[in-house]
Structures are given as C-alpha cells and as structure tokens.
Design a protein around this ligand. Sequence first.
Ligand code: ATP
Ligand code: MG
Length: 264
Amino acid sequence: MKKLLGWGEIGSTMSEISQKHPRAESLRLRERISEGFKTGLVIPEGLAAHGRGEAFDYLLGEKTSAAAKEAIDAAVASLLLAKNPVISVNGNVAALVPGEVVELCKITNSKLEVNLFHGSSAREKRISRWLKKHGAREVLGAEKKFSVRIKEIQSDRRKVDSRGIAKADVVLVPLEDGDRTEALKKSGKLVIAIDLNPMSRTARAADITIVDNISRALLLMVKTAKKLSFVERANLKKLAKFDNEKNLQTSFERMLRGLDALKK
Ligand code: ATP
Ligand code: MG
C-alpha cells in the first residue's frame, strides 16, 4: 500500500498498481474515482460518466494532444485576463484532481465553487471540506443563503452562488453537462470546458474546450498558469484568441487516426 501520487498530503492509501501495467495511469484514476464514491464525493452517475471519458481517452492514446495544449494556453490566458474568474467543481473533479484545482485557483486568482448536476447539500458540504483539506481558503456553492438561480436553466439544476458563478465573466467547468454549459453561455459568460468527448454538447457549446483527461489537463494548466502569470496582457489576449470548432475538429481527427492505428 502506498500514498497516491498527486493527491498532496491527503492522499489515501490504495493498492499499488505496477508501473509496468499498460493502463497504469488509467487504473490509478479509477481507484481515485471509486475511492471518491466510497467517501461520498462521487455518485454512481459520476462513475458512468468517467467510463465514457475513458473510452475517448483510449482513442487519444491517453496523451495530451497538440490541440489540447493550444486550448490549455487559450484557457489559462482567459482565466488570467478575467475580472471574476470561477472554477466550478463537481464530485468527479474533487475526487480526481483536488490539489491541482485548488492550485490553479490560487495562481489565476479564481474563485472555487462547488456546483453539482445532481445536487445535495450534504455532498456539497463534503466536497467543500475535501477541497479545504487540499488547501482551498474559500469554497463557494455550499451555503444556502448565497444560492441564486440562473434563469436560462429550466430545472432545479440552475443553482449557483451569488458571489461566484452568478457574477463571473469567465467560468471553467471541467466535466460539465451540455444543458448547463449552454445556459452559462446564454447568460453571457466565457465558458471553458474540459471534456474528452469532442462531440458532446458541452464540448461544442463552450468557447474553449480542452479535449483531454482532466488529470493531465489540470496539471498542465497549473504549469502554464505559473509561466503565463508573468506575461503582459497584450500577449495574453493574443493567446486567448481561439477557434473552438476548428480545435474540436483537430481533436476528432486525432481520434480517428487513433482508431485507424488500432485497426492495423
Ligand atoms: P453532453 O451532455 O455535453 O452532450 P454527455 O452526455 O456525453 O455530454 P455527460 O454524461 O453529461 O456527457 O458527462 C460526461 C462527459 O465527461 C463525457 O463527455 C466524458 O467524455 C467526459 N469525461 C468523463 N471523465 C473525464 C475525464 N476524466 N476527463 C475529461 N473528460 C471526462
Ligand atoms: Mg449529458
């Protein structure tokens, strides 16, 4: 048994996975997500969503593509340029990359908000405590008195924090649902998504979609933010210019080549 890498000081003990295993990293992520399920951060639907992501990652050869790197530059530049940037966290994000998400918030001066598709106040509080254990100073989204509704969503899934997403100009929604991404867009925000499926509504509705596994993308975003925090605004603005449709097409073609290679 050993401490899971990348989980900072709080990593739980899990069974050791041999480095030689061809899917070692993927299996480690599975352990994190199932551990998150056992501790009540993740719900069963989250496990299924993760499996859908794994299938797309397989086609990417489980590597960050050049297209994803370009999207990461644009995303980080946009967060650094924003007036009120917010990073939205759900159960899967909390289970997979708690330390990275907190670090990215600090470097980009973003707020952190728990925002759940399948909301429950107990789970919001659990995720909030978990993020604080990983160094978050403030976590929004778990206090009823600050809860407001965005009118663009016609269901009970429209709750956001008045101090966070409600007044944000740029929102990073790793692993978000299509309806809510579209609603955030309609409410005038610049939306950044991380989604391994370049065909999902989320991927197509967002302004910047990073087609990569959140575990690799967040690590690279932290590194990129450290580098770009010294870059002047005029150059950040150039980096933030981004053609999402074209980038999604490039990621999709990368996956088709991945499929082709598997055939041979
Ligand atoms: P949409 O509602 O946007 O059309 P969807 O129904 O396919 O998309 P959901 O089930 O709402 O998607 O959410 C799961 C999405 O998250 C999938 O597109 C999946 O590829 C992606 N995903 C799951 N795990 C990861 C991960 N670790 N990193 C990046 N993306 C992931
Ligand atoms: Mg969906």
